[in-house]
Design a protein around this ligand. Structure first.
Ligand code: NAG
Length: 309
């Protein structure tokens, strides 16, 4: 195909995905929920980056060891998140619904210093990747699915920039980690305070909270520690979701602290859940007692086989 005709084809496709309202073809109710859910997450990211860029200067980043190149990329990330808010808002309006508006957010100590901001930024981008990939099965419209995939790529690139900034391996896992809307809603809810009462209530109920005192990366095979508000009696399982691997291991309760060995196959941003049974293949919402907690599992040395060609 000639380059010019390829560009024309791409332009036509982009117009379909982003400009012509998807909704003029009447969106299924569930697709509208997915759009409102995505907009809820994009508002959170947009405000997070705007607050950071209001607070920290390029010099603050440089003093914390994040160079000019990082700072420039950060401003592109802020541009993208803002544009995602605008695009999703337009799509929901075009569907004849009222787009959710931004809320009050509580980012805790993450905006106290540059390093903490980048750490949470990396986690939130990973959550974005998990949200868009994990929502795919719920999306009915192929056009919306394509738009979601396109935004997913942006979130993945952002995650790579943030992980690189933290000197973590950007591509720690061979694939991203899909997570269910309920799991994502649980994670996002931790940062969301009061919302306008006119915002559509999302049809999800957060799972009970699972926390970990772990800060920084943990190695595969190490023992991870968690705690929950209530009591958990043995037997129970800690289920780890990393990439497209879901691995359950028996958990131990030692004086109220829950412990489990990090499975060797987990790498990068990993979600941990307390489940009543071992999850086979994939985790189902109905199996979750508490979670997810987020862990960063150190990527082992890369392995590949030169004879596979
Ligand atoms: C984890 O344990 C497995 C099985 O014993 C071993 O093959 C692997 O090298 C260990 N990985 C690390 C990082 O210790």
């Amino acid at each position: 195909m000639m380059l010019s005709s390829l560009l024309t084809a791409l332009a036509a496709m982009t117009a379909t995905v982003f400009s012509a309202p998807l909704a003029s073809r009447a969106l299924a109710d569930l697709d509208l929920v997915v759009l409102q859910f995505a907009l809820t997450l994009e508002h959170l990211e947009n405000v997070f980056y705007k607050q950071a860029l209001q607070k920290f200067t390029e010099k603050d980043f440089a003093d914390a060891g994040f160079d000019k190149n990082y700072f420039n990329n950060l401003r592109f990330i802020a541009q993208d998140e803002e544009a995602h808010v605008v695009v999703l808002t337009q799509e929901i309006l075009a569907a004849g619904a009222k787009p959710v508006e931004s809320c009050e957010y509580n980012f805790g100590k993450a905006l106290d210093d540059v390093k903490s901001f980048v750490s949470l930024g990396s986690v939130l981008e990973g959550v974005g990747v998990s949200a868009y990939s994990g929502s795919a099965p719920a999306i009915e419209s192929k056009d919306l699915l394509t738009a979601a995939a396109a935004i997913l790529v942006a979130e993945g690139l952002h995650q790579g920039i943030q992980r690189q900034g933290l000197q973590q391996v950007p591509s720690a896992n061979i694939v991203g980690t899909p997570a269910s809307p309920t799991a994502i809603f649980t994670l996002a809810s931790a940062f969301i305070g009061n919302c306008p009462s006119t915002n559509m209530a999302l049809p999800f109920t957060a799972f009970p909270t699972l926390t970990t005192p772990q800060t920084g990366a943990i190695a595969p095979n190490a023992t991870a520690i968690f705690s929950v508000g209530g009591a958990v009696a043995e037997p129970f399982f800690m289920t780890f979701v990393s990439g497209i691997d879901t691995i359950s291991v028996p958990g131990k309760n030692e004086n109220g602290l829950l412990m489990a060995q990090i499975p060797a196959k987990t790498q990068g941003q990993t979600y941990a859940f307390v489940t009543k049974e071992a999850a086979i293949g994939a985790i189902r919402d109905s199996q979750v007692l508490f979670g997810p907690a987020i862990l960063e599992v150190t990527a082992d040395a890369p392995t590949f086989d030169l004879t596979i060609q």
